[in-house]
Write a protein that binds this ligand. Structure first.
Ligand code: SF4
Ligand code: SF4
Length: 221
């Protein structure tokens, strides 16, 4: 699942399309104060039940036909009765160096200083779709109800606001998802990242994703 030539062309085109925005340095990693939220998807624990997808849709009232979170199944690896499947989480990576933010002409797409969440200000979004084209992870969509760019926001307005963990984390029956402050060395997520081998999807693009994955078999990069 490497970045295809087509994706690269789309990404480059989006940058070129907004002229002055291309002047932003993509090398600049966004700085946040205090909390910097991230997530781990443990692909060795995920059973592909999609409870996380259902919880996300319900809690965040995501309309049918679009999705903030998908679990993509690949395989089988091996043969029956030992065949196994691989489950890959497709959702916003909350990139510290986010192409969607760099190309947004109105400032609607932004990184929140207080927690590092990549968010969309619905009042500023004009629906130009530059961010959809620029995202190398293809996780953004135009919400058919609100008509503005949408994607995972770590349940910022719903579960997080209520003092809970994101809906996907809460609902996972195998505890395959870990959420927390990457900058707090005592947080469960930071502790796991110290002791476990993880990878980040397409990190060679320089996006600095805050979504980490515990690999099951071959690493997807
Ligand atoms: Fe933006 Fe896509 Fe990165 Fe999310 S995954 S922060 S939408 S570039
Ligand atoms: Fe995997 Fe957990 Fe989502 Fe089920 S709820 S698909 S086990 S991450």
């Amino acid at each position: 699942m490497s970045c295809s030539r087509r994706q690269f062309i789309i990404y480059s085109g989006a940058l070129a399309a907004v002229g002055g925005v291309a002047g932003h340095s993509l090398a600049n990693t966004m700085k946040v104060d205090g909390v910097r939220y991230g997530m781990i998807h443990d692909e060795t624990a995920c059973i592909g039940c999609t409870a996380c997808m259902d919880a996300c849709r319900e809690v965040n009232q995501v309309p049918e036909g679009v999705s903030r979170l998908e679990i993509i199944r690949s395989g089988p690896i091996g043969t029956f009765p030992d065949a196994e499947y691989h489950f890959f989480r497709k959702s916003c990576q909350h990139c510290d160096n986010a192409p969607c933010v760099h190309v947004c002409p109105t400032g609607a797409s932004h990184i929140r200083k207080e927690d590092g969440i990549v968010d969309v200000d619905a009042d500023l979004c004009v629906g130009c779709m530059y961010c959809l084209a620029a995202c190398p992870y293809q996780v953004r969509f135009i919400n058919p109800v609100t008509r503005v760019a949408d994607k995972c926001d770590f349940c910022r307005k719903t579960n997080l606001a209520a003092g809970k963990e994101p809906a996907c984390v809460e609902s996972c029956p195998t505890k395959a998802l870990v959420f927390g402050n990457l900058d707090d060395p005592d947080s469960p997520i930071a502790k796991r990242l110290v002791k476990e081998t993880t990878y980040r999807y397409k990190q060679a693009l320089g996006t600095s994703p805050k979504m980490y994955r515990v690999p099951k078999g071959e690493i997807t990069s």
